[in-house]
Design a protein. Structure first.
Length: 127
């Protein structure tokens, strides 16, 4: 086997997931190749980091801060965070947003009415 083939299966080799024949081939290559041996050693170092049991020491003051932050996160979520003072401005905002639309509709209606009046006068004249 060459280094590329071994590297592709090195994780499985380290975890013991390969059949006996493949394990023997990779073991033979790793014993003769310094690069693959170093890479296999890095698997062992990474695995060792995860196996170490570490206990974090948290002081009482820090623990109290953590509890306060967790309580803040557990508060009910306010869907609308709209300041109460803005409610008095809401009608003005809505009116100012709808005014151009209302003017456009009014002009359109007036134009339609003018056309219908002119049309009715023209048909009246023809009769």
């Amino acid at each position: 086997m060459n280094c590329e083939q071994v590297r592709a299966r090195l994780s499985e080799f380290y975890d013991g997931e390969l059949p006996a024949d493949k394990t023997a081939e990779i073991s033979e290559h790793v014993n003769s190749c310094d690069v693959c041996t170093a890479e296999l050693r890095s698997f062992g170092q990474i695995g060792g980091l995860f196996r170490e049991e570490r206990e974090l020491a948290i002081s009482a003051g820090n623990w109290a801060k953590i509890v306060v932050r967790l309580d803040e996160r557990n508060r009910p979520f306010r869907r609308w965070s709209f300041p109460r003072s803005m409610y008095r401005w809401l009608p003005l905002i809505v009116t100012s947003l709808l005014s151009p639309w209302r003017l456009a509709i009014g002009q359109h209606r007036q134009h339609r009415m003018t056309r219908s009046i002119v049309w009715s006068q023209l048909t009246f004249i023809r009769l």
